[in-house]
Design a protein. Structure first.
Length: 190
């Protein structure tokens, strides 16, 4: 993955940015929830608790029979409409692009910084790249997705300011630097 901290932050331990992308939830009703590796509309669904990648999208599985699909920002409703047509008869799609905000946290000390308030064991051997989970951080719901070069944090849009302020305060001792928002393409190179 091409995500990397901007040049001024190379001496820093953690950097934080928002990520502008579309997020839709796919729930299947034609597939058994336990069969999370099935394909829907040409999409390989990630198994429960994992992250998968496809051409131009990221797939997070944090609930049985449901997946969050992240893609490049498109016209309002276009991504959800496209996926709804693609999974017709196999599942349902809900556009969560306005409901969820996506933050990107990267840097060599991100696990150490988050350990101060995350209820999950974020040690590399326990929460390796390719893992996804839902937890509570700073008293709000957060979906975490560990990627090779960064961590995604998805939270309700109504709580993103609170989570960002908490992250800023918590990670300050680890050299946190906030950087301008990034696009899905910036982070994932699609």
């Amino acid at each position: 993955m091409p995500v990397s901290a901007p040049e001024p932050t190379t001496a820093r331990g953690v950097w934080l940015s928002s990520c502008d992308c579309d997020v839709v939830e796919l729930s299947t009703y034609a597939l058994a929830a336990a069969d999370a590796r099935r394909r829907v509309a040409g999409l390989e669904l990630a198994p429960f608790g994992h992250v998968g990648r496809g051409a131009g999208h990221l797939v997070l599985s944090v609930r049985p029979g449901r997946w969050l699909l992240m893609t490049t920002r498109a016209a309002s409703g276009a991504t959800a409409s496209g996926w709804a047509a693609a999974v017709a008869g196999q599942g349902a799609v809900v556009d969560l692009s306005s409901a969820l905000a996506v933050l990107v946290l990267a840097g060599p000390r991100l696990r150490e910084a988050l350990a101060r308030g995350c209820r999950l064991d974020l040690a590399a051997e326990e929460f390796a790249a390719g893992r996804a989970a839902v937890t509570i951080m700073a008293q709000v719901s957060v979906t975490l997705a560990m990627l090779p070069d960064c961590l995604l944090l998805l939270t309700p849009s109504s709580t993103v300011q609170h989570l960002r302020e908490w992250l800023t305060a918590t990670a300050a001792p680890f050299g946190l630097m906030s950087v301008s928002g990034v696009s899905f393409t910036d982070v994932f190179g699609e």
